[in-house]
Design a protein around this ligand. Structure first.
Ligand code: PRP
Length: 189
């Protein structure tokens, strides 16, 4: 698969441009800051997909923030389908008890990952627990998720870029694009 990757040619359409992402991140950061007043906020980035969004969003929030990182992975599924089985690869590094917490995600698809994470993090007794996602794909939702901040609602297309991957590649694109179906119709080697 590695040799066949072509970051430009593999993209059929730019769904959300770099400029649109930048404007939305600025807007979300201002809203999050206004909603949380002077109380410090703990941002929990859900790796790996949220990495670029987290890096940009944290700098757009004009109030004190702490950051923490979790890495989760769904398993038992395929490269394009989530299974609902979630494994924690990296846990929080500090307590969030009594804290205002904002989960930062790149995309909500079936909602199964966040459904699991919400239950897990609620068990850590934060003062509040909210969700911010760059992308929302409601057509694929299997469980209802209370999302507080959404960047873009997108159609049911397989997207990559700005953190989102196919076979771990394409995360470094500056935009969100639709992957050509022929790229994922033959499974990664
Ligand atoms: C992606 C994404 C979300 C999840 C959304 O993560 O970052 O965490 O899938 O899918 P769902 O709503 O159907 O559960 P992935 O497991 O692909 O890991 P990654 O962030 O490391 O790419």
């Amino acid at each position: 698969m590695t040799a066949a990757i072509n970051l430009v040619a593999d993209i059929g359409e730019v769904l959300v441009s770099e400029a649109e992402i930048a404007a939305k991140v600025a807007d979300l950061g201002a809203r999050i800051g206004a909603d949380h007043g002077d109380r410090p906020l703990t941002l929990v980035s859900v790796l790996k997909g949220s990495l670029p969004f987290m890096a940009d969003l944290m700098r757009a929030i004009p109030i004190p923030v702490r950051i923490d990182l979790m890495e989760v992975s769904s398993y038992g599924g395929t490269s394009t389908e989530s299974s609902g089985l979630v494994r924690i690869l990296k846990d929080l590094s500090a307590s969030i008890e009594g804290e205002d917490v904002l989960i930062v995600e790149d995309i909500i698809d079936t909602g199964l990952t966040l459904n699991y994470l919400l239950r897990y993090l609620r068990g850590k007794k934060p003062r509040s627990l909210r969700i911010c996602t760059l992308l929302d794909k409601p057509a694929r939702r299997l469980v209802d998720i209370p999302v507080d901040y959404v960047g873009f609602t997108i159609p049911d297309q397989f997207v990559v870029g700005y953190g989102l991957d196919y076979g771990e590649f394409y995360r470094n694109l500056r935009f969100v694009g639709v992957l050509r179906p022929e790229v994922y119709s033959s499974p990664p080697e």
